[in-house]
Ligand binder design. Structure first.
Ligand code: P6P
Length: 335
Protein backbone atom coordinates (compact mmCIF):
# COMPACT_ATOMS: atom_id res chain seq x y z
CA UNK A 1 0.00 0.00 0.00
CA UNK A 2 1.33 3.49 -0.87
CA UNK A 3 2.51 5.11 2.35
CA UNK A 4 0.46 8.27 2.90
CA UNK A 5 1.66 11.45 4.59
CA UNK A 6 1.23 11.85 8.31
CA UNK A 7 -1.78 13.96 9.25
CA UNK A 8 -1.39 16.96 11.53
CA UNK A 9 -3.46 15.19 14.17
CA UNK A 10 -1.18 12.14 14.10
CA UNK A 11 1.90 14.37 14.20
CA UNK A 12 0.62 16.31 17.23
CA UNK A 13 -0.04 13.10 19.14
CA UNK A 14 3.32 11.56 18.08
CA UNK A 15 5.15 14.66 19.34
CA UNK A 16 3.22 14.97 22.58
CA UNK A 17 5.93 12.79 24.16
CA UNK A 18 8.24 15.83 23.80
CA UNK A 19 6.20 17.26 26.67
CA UNK A 20 6.52 14.75 29.51
CA UNK A 21 4.33 16.88 31.75
CA UNK A 22 1.68 17.57 29.16
CA UNK A 23 -1.48 15.63 29.72
CA UNK A 24 -2.64 16.39 26.18
CA UNK A 25 -3.81 19.97 26.76
CA UNK A 26 -1.33 21.46 24.29
CA UNK A 27 -2.24 18.77 21.76
CA UNK A 28 -5.91 19.61 22.19
CA UNK A 29 -5.14 23.33 21.88
CA UNK A 30 -3.19 22.81 18.65
CA UNK A 31 -6.06 20.72 17.33
CA UNK A 32 -8.53 23.52 18.03
CA UNK A 33 -6.31 25.92 16.07
CA UNK A 34 -6.32 23.40 13.24
CA UNK A 35 -10.13 23.33 13.28
CA UNK A 36 -10.44 27.14 13.35
CA UNK A 37 -7.95 27.36 10.48
CA UNK A 38 -10.08 25.03 8.39
CA UNK A 39 -13.15 27.17 9.02
CA UNK A 40 -11.38 30.44 8.18
CA UNK A 41 -9.95 28.81 5.06
CA UNK A 42 -13.47 27.81 4.02
CA UNK A 43 -14.75 31.38 4.40
CA UNK A 44 -11.79 32.95 2.57
CA UNK A 45 -12.09 30.58 -0.37
CA UNK A 46 -15.66 31.69 -1.01
CA UNK A 47 -15.28 35.31 0.13
CA UNK A 48 -15.93 36.70 -3.31
CA UNK A 49 -19.31 34.99 -3.42
CA UNK A 50 -20.52 35.35 0.11
CA UNK A 51 -20.72 39.12 0.33
CA UNK A 52 -18.07 39.07 3.03
CA UNK A 53 -15.46 40.96 1.09
CA UNK A 54 -14.98 44.60 1.79
CA UNK A 55 -14.99 46.67 4.86
CA UNK A 56 -16.76 45.89 8.10
CA UNK A 57 -17.50 49.58 8.53
CA UNK A 58 -15.49 50.00 11.73
CA UNK A 59 -11.84 50.39 12.76
CA UNK A 60 -9.87 48.05 14.98
CA UNK A 61 -7.77 49.07 17.94
CA UNK A 62 -4.94 49.86 15.53
CA UNK A 63 -7.13 52.46 13.83
CA UNK A 64 -7.08 50.21 10.77
CA UNK A 65 -10.25 49.68 8.81
CA UNK A 66 -11.55 46.22 9.69
CA UNK A 67 -12.45 43.95 6.81
CA UNK A 68 -15.48 41.69 7.23
CA UNK A 69 -13.19 38.66 7.06
CA UNK A 70 -10.96 40.10 9.82
CA UNK A 71 -13.95 40.21 12.13
CA UNK A 72 -15.14 36.76 11.02
CA UNK A 73 -11.73 35.17 11.53
CA UNK A 74 -11.38 36.74 14.97
CA UNK A 75 -14.79 35.46 16.06
CA UNK A 76 -14.14 31.98 14.66
CA UNK A 77 -10.86 31.58 16.52
CA UNK A 78 -12.30 32.91 19.80
CA UNK A 79 -15.32 30.60 19.72
CA UNK A 80 -13.32 27.51 18.62
CA UNK A 81 -10.59 28.03 21.20
CA UNK A 82 -13.17 28.76 23.93
CA UNK A 83 -15.10 25.58 23.13
CA UNK A 84 -11.99 23.39 23.46
CA UNK A 85 -11.43 24.67 26.99
CA UNK A 86 -7.61 24.59 26.99
CA UNK A 87 -6.98 28.33 27.38
CA UNK A 88 -7.91 30.80 30.11
CA UNK A 89 -7.65 33.86 27.89
CA UNK A 90 -6.91 35.22 24.43
CA UNK A 91 -5.51 38.47 23.01
CA UNK A 92 -6.04 39.52 19.40
CA UNK A 93 -4.92 42.25 17.04
CA UNK A 94 -8.60 42.88 16.42
CA UNK A 95 -9.52 43.68 20.02
CA UNK A 96 -8.40 46.44 22.40
CA UNK A 97 -8.41 44.21 25.50
CA UNK A 98 -7.71 40.54 26.02
CA UNK A 99 -10.61 38.14 26.50
CA UNK A 100 -10.98 36.42 29.89
CA UNK A 101 -12.60 32.98 29.72
CA UNK A 102 -13.83 33.14 33.29
CA UNK A 103 -15.98 30.08 33.85
CA UNK A 104 -14.48 27.37 36.07
CA UNK A 105 -13.36 25.05 33.27
CA UNK A 106 -11.33 27.81 31.61
CA UNK A 107 -9.91 29.35 34.75
CA UNK A 108 -8.12 26.06 35.45
CA UNK A 109 -6.67 26.00 31.91
CA UNK A 110 -2.91 26.46 31.75
CA UNK A 111 -2.42 28.28 28.42
CA UNK A 112 -3.07 31.68 26.86
CA UNK A 113 -3.11 32.44 23.11
CA UNK A 114 -2.22 35.65 21.25
CA UNK A 115 -3.38 35.88 17.68
CA UNK A 116 -3.45 37.95 14.54
CA UNK A 117 -6.52 36.26 13.08
CA UNK A 118 -6.11 37.55 9.54
CA UNK A 119 -2.84 39.28 8.76
CA UNK A 120 -2.53 41.12 5.47
CA UNK A 121 -6.28 41.49 5.23
CA UNK A 122 -5.95 44.56 3.01
CA UNK A 123 -4.95 42.03 0.34
CA UNK A 124 -8.08 39.91 0.65
CA UNK A 125 -10.17 41.72 -1.92
CA UNK A 126 -7.39 41.43 -4.51
CA UNK A 127 -6.90 37.70 -3.91
CA UNK A 128 -3.38 37.89 -2.50
CA UNK A 129 -2.33 35.36 0.15
CA UNK A 130 -3.21 36.24 3.76
CA UNK A 131 -2.56 34.42 7.01
CA UNK A 132 -3.30 33.74 10.65
CA UNK A 133 -0.48 34.02 13.19
CA UNK A 134 -0.65 32.48 16.68
CA UNK A 135 1.49 32.42 19.80
CA UNK A 136 0.96 30.19 22.88
CA UNK A 137 2.25 30.72 26.44
CA UNK A 138 1.78 28.92 29.74
CA UNK A 139 -0.08 31.26 32.09
CA UNK A 140 2.02 32.80 34.89
CA UNK A 141 -0.89 33.94 37.07
CA UNK A 142 -2.42 31.59 39.68
CA UNK A 143 -4.46 28.77 38.10
CA UNK A 144 -8.12 28.99 39.05
CA UNK A 145 -8.07 32.80 38.93
CA UNK A 146 -8.99 35.02 35.96
CA UNK A 147 -6.19 35.52 33.43
CA UNK A 148 -4.27 38.79 33.83
CA UNK A 149 -2.38 41.17 31.52
CA UNK A 150 0.85 39.73 32.96
CA UNK A 151 0.00 36.39 31.30
CA UNK A 152 0.17 38.11 27.90
CA UNK A 153 3.16 40.41 28.47
CA UNK A 154 5.71 37.59 28.56
CA UNK A 155 8.91 37.79 26.48
CA UNK A 156 8.88 35.70 23.30
CA UNK A 157 11.51 33.35 24.71
CA UNK A 158 8.76 31.99 27.00
CA UNK A 159 6.54 30.82 24.13
CA UNK A 160 5.41 27.19 24.32
CA UNK A 161 4.36 27.07 20.66
CA UNK A 162 3.88 29.41 17.69
CA UNK A 163 2.81 29.14 14.09
CA UNK A 164 0.86 30.48 11.18
CA UNK A 165 -1.63 29.43 8.55
CA UNK A 166 -1.09 30.81 5.06
CA UNK A 167 -4.22 30.89 2.89
CA UNK A 168 -2.62 30.92 -0.55
CA UNK A 169 -2.45 28.71 -3.62
CA UNK A 170 -2.71 26.03 -0.98
CA UNK A 171 -3.45 26.38 2.71
CA UNK A 172 -0.47 25.44 4.85
CA UNK A 173 -0.15 25.34 8.64
CA UNK A 174 3.43 25.83 9.89
CA UNK A 175 4.23 25.56 13.60
CA UNK A 176 6.86 24.85 16.22
CA UNK A 177 6.76 23.68 19.83
CA UNK A 178 10.48 24.30 20.23
CA UNK A 179 11.59 21.10 18.50
CA UNK A 180 11.96 22.32 14.92
CA UNK A 181 9.46 23.63 12.38
CA UNK A 182 7.02 21.53 10.36
CA UNK A 183 4.52 22.45 7.64
CA UNK A 184 1.22 20.76 6.84
CA UNK A 185 -0.74 21.24 3.63
CA UNK A 186 -4.53 21.13 3.72
CA UNK A 187 -6.22 18.61 1.41
CA UNK A 188 -9.75 20.03 0.97
CA UNK A 189 -10.94 16.79 -0.58
CA UNK A 190 -10.24 14.93 2.65
CA UNK A 191 -10.51 17.88 5.04
CA UNK A 192 -7.18 17.13 6.69
CA UNK A 193 -3.74 18.72 6.93
CA UNK A 194 -0.89 16.41 5.83
CA UNK A 195 2.83 16.74 6.67
CA UNK A 196 4.30 18.30 3.50
CA UNK A 197 7.29 20.30 4.83
CA UNK A 198 9.06 18.25 7.52
CA UNK A 199 11.84 19.89 9.56
CA UNK A 200 11.86 23.23 7.71
CA UNK A 201 15.21 25.08 7.66
CA UNK A 202 15.81 28.67 6.54
CA UNK A 203 18.83 28.85 4.18
CA UNK A 204 21.65 30.70 5.99
CA UNK A 205 22.03 33.02 2.99
CA UNK A 206 19.42 34.29 0.57
CA UNK A 207 19.02 36.46 -2.48
CA UNK A 208 15.66 38.09 -1.67
CA UNK A 209 14.98 41.20 0.41
CA UNK A 210 11.43 42.18 1.35
CA UNK A 211 10.74 45.77 2.39
CA UNK A 212 8.29 48.48 1.37
CA UNK A 213 10.76 50.67 -0.54
CA UNK A 214 8.03 53.28 -0.97
CA UNK A 215 8.92 54.35 2.57
CA UNK A 216 12.62 54.75 1.70
CA UNK A 217 12.81 58.45 2.59
CA UNK A 218 11.46 57.66 6.07
CA UNK A 219 13.92 54.85 6.84
CA UNK A 220 16.83 55.03 9.28
CA UNK A 221 20.20 55.46 7.55
CA UNK A 222 21.27 51.91 8.37
CA UNK A 223 18.29 50.54 6.42
CA UNK A 224 18.94 52.91 3.49
CA UNK A 225 22.58 51.75 3.40
CA UNK A 226 21.53 48.09 3.55
CA UNK A 227 19.06 48.53 0.67
CA UNK A 228 21.77 50.20 -1.44
CA UNK A 229 24.16 47.36 -0.55
CA UNK A 230 21.56 44.84 -1.77
CA UNK A 231 21.30 46.75 -5.05
CA UNK A 232 25.06 47.05 -5.74
CA UNK A 233 26.63 44.96 -8.50
CA UNK A 234 28.99 42.40 -7.00
CA UNK A 235 28.87 39.04 -8.72
CA UNK A 236 31.13 37.51 -6.09
CA UNK A 237 28.16 37.29 -3.73
CA UNK A 238 25.31 37.34 -6.19
CA UNK A 239 24.34 41.00 -5.88
CA UNK A 240 22.18 42.82 -6.84
CA UNK A 241 19.62 40.86 -4.82
CA UNK A 242 15.97 40.43 -5.80
CA UNK A 243 13.31 42.66 -4.26
CA UNK A 244 10.06 40.85 -3.43
CA UNK A 245 7.38 42.46 -1.22
CA UNK A 246 3.88 41.00 -1.12
CA UNK A 247 2.54 43.27 1.61
CA UNK A 248 1.43 40.23 3.59
CA UNK A 249 3.87 39.27 6.36
CA UNK A 250 2.91 35.60 6.39
CA UNK A 251 3.39 35.29 2.60
CA UNK A 252 6.76 37.13 2.60
CA UNK A 253 7.92 35.18 5.65
CA UNK A 254 6.90 31.81 4.19
CA UNK A 255 8.73 32.46 0.91
CA UNK A 256 11.86 33.60 2.76
CA UNK A 257 11.71 30.54 5.04
CA UNK A 258 11.51 28.25 2.02
CA UNK A 259 13.99 30.03 -0.31
CA UNK A 260 16.12 32.23 1.95
CA UNK A 261 15.61 35.97 2.31
CA UNK A 262 15.09 38.82 4.73
CA UNK A 263 11.94 40.71 5.66
CA UNK A 264 12.33 44.18 7.15
CA UNK A 265 9.71 46.50 8.61
CA UNK A 266 11.84 49.27 10.19
CA UNK A 267 10.92 52.43 12.01
CA UNK A 268 9.84 55.36 9.85
CA UNK A 269 8.25 58.74 10.30
CA UNK A 270 4.87 57.12 9.58
CA UNK A 271 5.68 54.29 12.01
CA UNK A 272 8.10 55.64 14.64
CA UNK A 273 8.30 52.25 16.40
CA UNK A 274 7.76 50.18 13.28
CA UNK A 275 4.39 48.78 12.21
CA UNK A 276 4.41 45.14 13.25
CA UNK A 277 3.16 44.11 16.70
CA UNK A 278 5.58 42.41 19.03
CA UNK A 279 3.20 40.01 20.75
CA UNK A 280 1.21 38.40 17.95
CA UNK A 281 3.31 39.01 14.84
CA UNK A 282 7.02 39.41 15.65
CA UNK A 283 7.35 36.99 18.59
CA UNK A 284 5.69 33.99 16.89
CA UNK A 285 7.58 34.61 13.64
CA UNK A 286 10.82 35.06 15.57
CA UNK A 287 10.30 31.74 17.41
CA UNK A 288 9.67 29.99 14.09
CA UNK A 289 12.64 31.52 12.23
CA UNK A 290 15.06 30.73 15.06
CA UNK A 291 13.79 27.16 15.22
CA UNK A 292 14.50 26.99 11.46
CA UNK A 293 18.05 28.32 11.92
CA UNK A 294 17.33 31.95 11.04
CA UNK A 295 17.38 35.17 13.03
CA UNK A 296 14.96 37.92 14.16
CA UNK A 297 15.94 41.22 15.78
CA UNK A 298 14.75 44.82 16.01
CA UNK A 299 18.04 45.79 14.34
CA UNK A 300 19.89 45.63 17.66
CA UNK A 301 18.24 43.17 20.08
CA UNK A 302 16.91 39.61 19.68
CA UNK A 303 13.11 39.89 19.31
CA UNK A 304 12.48 36.97 21.70
CA UNK A 305 14.37 38.77 24.49
CA UNK A 306 12.33 41.98 24.34
CA UNK A 307 10.22 42.52 27.47
CA UNK A 308 6.74 43.59 26.30
CA UNK A 309 5.28 46.69 27.94
CA UNK A 310 1.83 46.74 26.33
CA UNK A 311 -0.47 44.43 24.42
CA UNK A 312 -0.35 46.13 21.00
CA UNK A 313 3.23 47.32 21.19
CA UNK A 314 5.00 47.77 17.85
CA UNK A 315 8.68 47.04 17.18
CA UNK A 316 11.01 47.28 14.19
CA UNK A 317 11.41 43.82 12.64
CA UNK A 318 14.37 42.27 10.77
CA UNK A 319 13.71 38.58 10.16
CA UNK A 320 14.98 35.80 7.91
CA UNK A 321 18.20 34.11 6.80
CA UNK A 322 20.78 34.40 9.56
CA UNK A 323 23.59 35.96 7.52
CA UNK A 324 21.24 38.45 5.83
CA UNK A 325 19.89 39.68 9.17
CA UNK A 326 23.47 39.95 10.49
CA UNK A 327 24.45 42.03 7.43
CA UNK A 328 21.51 44.38 7.96
CA UNK A 329 22.45 44.66 11.66
CA UNK A 330 25.99 45.70 10.65
CA UNK A 331 24.55 48.71 8.83
CA UNK A 332 22.07 49.44 11.64
CA UNK A 333 24.86 49.35 14.21
CA UNK A 334 27.08 51.57 12.10
CA UNK A 335 29.85 49.06 11.41
P1 P6P B 1 2.81 48.29 4.42
C1 P6P B 1 -0.31 43.83 6.88
O1 P6P B 1 -1.11 44.95 7.25
C2 P6P B 1 1.00 43.95 7.62
O2 P6P B 1 0.77 43.93 8.99
C3 P6P B 1 1.94 42.83 7.19
O3 P6P B 1 1.26 41.66 6.90
C4 P6P B 1 2.62 43.41 5.97
O4 P6P B 1 3.92 42.88 5.76
C5 P6P B 1 2.71 44.91 6.30
O5 P6P B 1 1.65 45.16 7.24
C6 P6P B 1 2.50 45.77 5.08
O6 P6P B 1 2.60 47.10 5.50
O7 P6P B 1 2.96 49.54 5.25
O8 P6P B 1 4.09 47.97 3.65
O9 P6P B 1 1.60 48.25 3.53
Amino acid sequence: MRRRHTTLGEFIIENQKDFPYAKGELSALLSSIRLAGKMVNQEINKAGLAEILGKAGNDNVQGEEQMKLDVMANELFISTLRNRGEICGLASEEMEDFVIFNDEMHQDAKYVVLIDPLDGSSNIDVNVSVGTIFSIYRRVSKPGSPVTLEDFLQPGNRQVAAGYLIYGTSTILVYTTGNGVNGFTFDPGIGSFFLSHPNMKAPEEGKIYSINEGNYVHFPNGVKQYIKWCQELDESDGRPLTSRYIGSLVADFHRNLMKGGIYIYPTGTKAPKGKLRLLYECNPMAFLIEQAGGKATDGFTRILDLQPEELHQRVPFFCGSKKMVEKAEEFMQGH
